[in-house]
Design a binder for this molecule. Structure first.
Ligand SMILES: Cc1cc2nc3c(=O)[nH]c(=O)nc-3n(C[C@H](O)[C@H](O)[C@H](O)COP(=O)(O)OP(=O)(O)OC[C@H]3O[C@@H](n4cnc5c(N)ncnc54)[C@H](O)[C@@H]3O)c2cc1C
Ligand code: FES
Ligand code: FES
Length: 436
């Protein structure tokens, strides 16, 4: 039986102290311990959104969050929407528009819809009602629903051997409990592996209170992004847009809002998938990965960080502290990808391009591609062709990129399609940069 720890939450405006098992997800605690059974378990893997609750103002998949990761947070569930027996306007609109059939997905969609009234709706699947009535119900309330008063978060109370409060504590844990505990950041990769029985949820510790892993900061020659910065935070950052414009474009593709609100850049890099969407923009920016252990600190060029699919140079006692991106004044960039669907799909091919210009001609070019080789790759011959100028530079670059990618056939796509699409995406990315 997994260890139990005490956590403090503010649930629908009420302060709660709870004893939870360290392997319980927020969804388990909400449904089983608090008996708030509106949030449902559909897929259990972050895909359907039926378990959506709002944590500290942002929608998240409660199936992909350990309960103690919500320690100190305010949690809103569907049960908290009605006030004094009067339905929230969004609930009313769903009733009026007939926006539900079996109802399984609806509490999650309403919570995501509530967040949409501030931000954006995606990341939820409905198998029966169809989206027209759901969109009509949400649209009906747009602009009419007063934002709910935000309940104040409480002081985290989980012990620091599961939620270290400093980098030093986290690194000590990596040594003291080596081989026993692994770090979890947003949990959007590792908790999916736990659902598949590959990882034990009781054998994780949370990085989200480590201040050194947070923040986006302009330094003298670099932009630094902390490893625990989420895709949503990158998307909202003007600094990242200025110094690495392809990166927010990539973050915008990652999952739906619930995934982007939890998933981090450090988790994306550490996971080491050749289809990881933040990685091509980091290659195209010549990024450095800051790696740290109790006894050492080093910076690894991103192009040397990956050894193969899901294999990196990280040692078992090391953490990614952040990434550093050299500042290039006037840099322009683009990221494009193809997946099975527009949202919630892994890339079949992705391309990131970064360029600077002098007197209207490119004077620095980087092209990186994802999902077309065992790791993300740079395409140096393609870059040379783009730099060379001349009337047929573009055509030579499009030919070169097809030679430089080394794709495979797999369940998501074929080698030939990936090769052809590498050139198509490259052309579109360069046009987006040069034509605006
Ligand atoms: C429905 C769904 C859709 C998704 N769509 C996309 C997509 O479109 N594109 C995409 O690229 N990804 C996608 N993902 C994958 C995932 O969301 C991202 O890879 C995310 O960035 C992972 O970050 P995380 O913080 O959640 O990682 P976690 O799951 O917390 O961790 C992942 C791995 O990294 C390690 N780790 C985390 N932080 C550190 C650190 N600082 N130092 C060392 N090791 C660390 C963990 O131990 C673990 O092994 C999707 C996932 C889901 C469930
Ligand atoms: S149950 Fe499907 S996203 Fe959580
Ligand atoms: S109403 Fe049945 S899945 Fe949406």
């Amino acid at each position: 039986m997994a260890e139990t720890i005490e956590i403090a939450l503010n649930v629908n405006g009420h302060a709660r102290r709870l004893r939870t098992r360290v392997d319980q997800r927020l969804l388990d605690v909400v449904r089983e311990d608090l008996r708030l059974t509106g949030a449902k378990e559909g897929c259990g893997k972050g895909e359907c959104g039926a378990c959506t609750v709002i944590v500290d103002g942002r929608p998240v998949d409660s199936c992909l969050m350990l309960a103690y990761q919500a320690d100190g947070s305010s949690v809103e569930t569907i049960e908290g929407l009605a006030e004094n027996g009067v339905l929230h306007p969004l609930q009313d609109a769903f009733v009026e528009e007939g926006g539900a059939q079996c109802g399984i997905c609806i509490p999650g969609i309403i919570m995501a819809g509530k967040a949409l009234l501030d931000r954006g709706l995606a990341g939820n699947l409905c198998r029966c009602t169809g989206y027209t009535k759901i969109f009509k119900a949400v649209a009906r309330v747009a602009g009419k629903s007063p934002p709910a008063p935000r309940t104040p978060p409480t002081e985290p109370s989980a012990p620091s051997y599961f939620r270290p409060r400093s980098l030093e504590e986290a690194l000590e844990l990596m040594i003291q409990r080596a081989g026993e505990l692994r770090p979890v950041a947003g949990g959007t990769d590792i908790l999916v592996q736990a659902k598949d029985g590959i990882v034990d949820r009781a054998a994780l510790f949370d990085l989200s209170l480590v201040p050194e892993l947070k923040g986006i900061e302009e330094q003298s020659g670099h932009l630094r992004i902390g490893a625990a910065v989420t895709h949503t935070e990158i998307l909202e950052s003007k600094l990242v847009d200025r110094f690495c414009p392809a990166l927010p474009m990539a973050c915008a593709w990652v999952g739906g809002p619930q995934i982007r609100n939890r998933g981090t850049i450090g988790g994306n890099v550490a996971h080491g998938s050749p289809a990881g969407d933040t990685i091509p923009p980091l290659y195209a920016a010549d990024a450095l990965v800051e790696v740290v252990s109790v006894s050492n600190r080093r910076e690894v060029p991103i192009s040397e960080f990956f050894l193969g699919p899901r294999k990196t140079v990280l040692a078992s006692d090391e953490l990614i502290l952040g990434v550093r991106i050299p500042k290039r004044p006037g840099v322009r960039g683009a990221f494009l990808r193809l997946g099975q669907r527009q949202a919630q799909a892994i890339s079949k091919v992705s391309v990131a391009v970064a360029m600077t210009f002098k007197d209207g001609r490119p004077d620095w070019v980087r092209v990186a591609l994802g999902a077309v080789a065992p790791t993300v790759i740079r395409a140096p011959e393609t870059e040379k062709a783009l730099l060379s100028g001349g009337y047929d530079a573009f055509r030579r670059a499009l030919d070169a990129v097809k030679d430089e990618v080394k794709p495979i056939d797999d369940i998501r796509s074929t080698r030939e399609y990936r090769r052809a699409m590498s050139a198509v995406l490259l052309e579109r990315a360069v046009r987006r940069i040069t034509e605006g």
